[in-house]
Design a protein around this ligand. Structure first.
Ligand code: CMC
Length: 422
């Protein structure tokens, strides 16, 4: 006997039984029983907007899987480019497929000279690199007019490869401009993460040799950030994509959502918070302040995870690998004491507030020399593969345009009053 729920309209006595499928119930039956009565769900906390087979997340158990593969195994054994392939195509590539895919992505890393010279260099000298990235991704749609052909498989594949390949180039270009350094062209002999670090840090040496431990750390961070099912930026991508906007314009909408401090900016907030705390001696007083409602413990809590975020566990280990090379970030001791104190405190325990992905990632980025303004940009580089996987999936499913309803709470009809009579 399949599980179901029954909804009864107490005004009419009519009822409808709805089967529970894949952990949810369809709104079709609700709509047929209660036409014109809207299901109010601010923040879409209870609404599944789509069916998806990309990422599985169980927030109570702290489980995250891409296409069925546990995030821990992917972080340990895979590479970001392989994970991007997996997210987009549903299966891990064989050797031949992987080589072809890496070659394709590597050969699309260059950006049109006009994007750099006329567009990126036109920004104000102190422009925020994330603002530059949002605009540059949108501008790419004007360079690749074939991108509008979203139902042409060949064109779609080309735009996907271009976007994955060009994100590190745009990101590094935005950084170089914001610190007044000359642009570094991609070095296509280098693997993906090493190439990004070269574009970030190269000065006058013939080839930038990134430390292998740091390259590995960046690659793991890219894997961990590649997708996270229906988060705010992915929903923005899906919303713009559902209107059949081209992938560059849709990705710009997603980047804009990621720019927000509640989403892509939280690791920056963690670094600022730890700097403000200043010493392990001040941790207890800070925790007390949070409990009394004076601010939040940044990098703690999550809309979906009510357990330790599995990505945070992996990142904590990566942090130690990075500090072996860079020296310990002086904020680490404060972070460790803060985590320990919060995990023992009933306020945090009873609300199921655990460290999330952002608690340690900022410390790693800072130790590697990235300015805090670059943190959301570093998030966007790999998240593009997740956004594009969702965009492709929604087009394949031929989903409806996103168009929610509202509960109107404003004035009833009013007669216009001319300005001299108000
Ligand atoms: N510090 C102190 N109290 C908190 C925190 C926190 N970080 N997060 C939630 N709470 C409390 C909150 O005050 C509320 O308490 P009460 O029931 O007494 O009013 C309760 O926990 C539930 O909070 P909520 O705001 O209803 O939870 P939410 O699911 O809407 O918010 C969140 C999730 C991530 C916005 C929130 O936990 C938060 O602001 N965390 C700090 C910022 C942060 O680390 N953000 C990164 C999220 S992970 C990145 C990503 O995946 O995109």
């Amino acid at each position: 006997m399949p599980e179901s729920i029954t909804i009864t309209d107490n005004r009419t006595g009519k009822a409808v039984e709805i089967p529970i499928t894949d952990g949810g119930v369809s709104s079709d039956a609700w709509r047929s029983l209660l036409p014109g009565l809207w299901f109010y769900d601010s923040g879409l906390t209870t609404t599944a907007m789509c069916e998806s087979s990309i990422t599985y997340l169980d927030g109570d158990e702290g489980i995250l899987r891409y296409r069925g593969y546990p995030i821990e195994q992917l972080a340990e054994e895979s590479t970001y480019l392989e994970v991007a392939y997996l997210l987009l195509k549903g299966e891990l590539p064989n050797k031949e497929q992987y080589d072809a895919w890496s070659r394709e992505v590597t050969h699309h890393t260059f950006i049109h000279e006009n994007v750099r010279k006329r567009f990126l260099e036109g920004f104000h000298y102190d422009a925020h690199p994330m603002g530059m990235l949002v605009s540059a991704v949108a501008a790419l749609s004007t360079f690749y007019l074939d991108a509008k052909d979203i139902y042409n498989a060949e064109s779609r594949e080309k735009q996907i490869v271009r976007l994955i390949a060009k994100m590190p180039t745009l990101a590094a270009a935005a950084h170089r401009f914001s610190v007044g350094m000359p642009f570094v062209y991609p070095d296509n002999e280098l693997p993906f993460a090493a190439n990004f670090l070269s574009m970030m840090w190269k000065v006058a040496e013939p080839r930038y040799e990134a430390n292998p431990a740091l390259t590995k750390a960046i690659d793991v961070l890219f894997i961990l950030h590649a997708d996270h099912e229906q988060n705010c930026s992915t929903t923005a991508m899906r919303t713009a994509g559902s209107a059949h906007a081209d992938p560059y314009s849709s990705a710009a909408a997603a980047c804009a959502a990621l720019y927000g401090p509640r989403h892509g900016g939280a690791n920056e907030a963690v670094v600022r918070m730890l700097t403000e705390i200043g010493s392990i001696d001040n941790v207890d007083a800070f925790i007390q302040g949070v409990k009394e409602g004076r601010g939040r413990l940044q990098g703690f809590g999550h809309r979906v995870y009510k357990n330790y975020d599995p990505r945070a566990r992996i990142i904590k280990k990566v942090a130690y690998d990075v500090f072996e090379v860079t020296g310990k970030n002086p904020l680490l001791d404060i972070a460790l004491k803060l985590e320990d104190a919060a995990l023992k405190d009933d306020y945090f325990v009873s609300r199921k507030l655990y460290p999330n992905v952002d608690f340690y990632s900022g410390l790693i980025y800072q130790a590697m020399g990235f300015p805090v303004d670059m943190f959301p940009v570093l998030f966007a580089i790999p998240r593009i593969s997740g956004w594009l996987a969702h965009w492709s999936e929604l087009l394949d499913q031929d989903l409806k345009i996103v168009r929610p309803r509202q509960l109107y709470t404003g004035e009833g009809e009013r007669k216009y009053v001319s300005i001299d009579q108000r």
